[in-house]
Write a protein that binds this ligand. Structure first.
Ligand SMILES: N[C@@H](CCC(=O)N[C@@H](CS)C(=O)NCC(=O)O)C(=O)O
Length: 271
């Protein structure tokens, strides 16, 4: 369901492209990469997720689920990153020429596991949240699923839940590796496409957790190739906060040294 009726009717008078997004959110990265590949500039509306800006009434009247990203083009509101990149591709011959619906659907479905594993293996090492901000988030955000997720994170995820997310993620990366094993350069074949755009943020995110991409050599080489594109630098790297990135990497290293990193869960455990 890409286009929705905005609750905030003032969105209808916006001209051009407006993106509500967060610097290091994978769903935002996906959309920014599509925009960069399509050569489209946009007006940026940054939402600070750490500070809970997505719980404001103002933002929830833009995005009914209170998550990023949301895109407005000439008064039309689009949500859901995979739907948004499909929308962006419509005006671009290169991006619309091959659309692999299955790989896009898989990227969409992989989001919840990416989120759980990001919180467990990267964000758990971040600074403790301000208690007033946490309280305000729980009072004001209307997305019950998201609030439950944050409550579960604060309590600590069960090991089985983490292991199941690791196993599903591994199955997806193994699948991408199989797809690429016929020697194709890109996920949908010889041309760069939306499927590549959809999956770039996932591989980037799991690299931060030191996912063993050395076990999926085709996928590893694909990522090496793809991360040389100018859209990767412009739409992903340039929006990263280097300090935050270093904190995430240091936490990954700490978990590795403790033997509690992502490689110690589920099917990634070496017997
Ligand atoms: N299915 C949605 C997922 C959107 C989503 O979960 N966004 C994350 C960032 S990638 C978010 O806003 N998280 C807020 C939070 O965790 O509190 C999409 O693809 O756009």
């Amino acid at each position: 369901m890409p286009e929705i009726e905005p609750r905030d009717q003032s969105l209808k008078s916006l001209k051009g492209l407006h993106l509500w997004h967060a610097g290091m959110s994978s769903c935002s990265q996906r959309v920014r990469i599509a925009l960069a590949e399509a050569g489209r500039e946009f007006e940026s509306h940054l939402i600070n997720l750490e500070r809970g800006e997505h719980a404001t009434e103002e933002y929830q009247s833009i995005h009914p689920n209170g998550v990023v990203p949301a895109l407005v083009e000439d008064g039309h509101l689009y949500i859901e990153s995979v739907d948004i990149i499909r929308h962006i591709s419509k005006g671009n011959d290169d991006l619309s020429k091959s659309v692999d619906a299955d790989l896009l659907k898989r990227a969409d479905a992989a989001q919840k596991d990416l989120k759980l594993l990001t919180f467990e293996f990267l964000f758990r090492g971040g600074p403790a949240k301000d208690s007033e901000e946490v309280k305000s988030f729980h009072e004001n955000h209307k997305n019950q699923w998201l609030k439950q997720f944050h409550a579960d994170f604060a309590k600590g995820f069960e090991r089985d839940r983490i292991a199941a997310a690791v196993n599903r993620t591994k199955a997806e990366f193994d699948h991408l590796n199989d797809v690429l094993s016929d020697g194709r350069s890109f996920l949908s074949g010889k041309d760069f496409s939306l499927a590549d755009i959809a999956w770039i943020p996932n591989v980037h995110r799991f690299e931060l957790m030191r996912w063993p991409f050395e076990d999926t050599a085709h996928l590893q080489r694909w990522f090496e190739r793809i991360s040389k594109r100018s859209s990767y630098a412009k739409a992903l790297v340039a929006w990263e906060n280097p300090r935050a990135r270093n904190t995430l990497k240091a936490y990954t290293e700490k978990r590795r040294q403790e033997g509690t990193d992502i490689r110690s869960f589920g099917d990634l455990r070496k017997s």
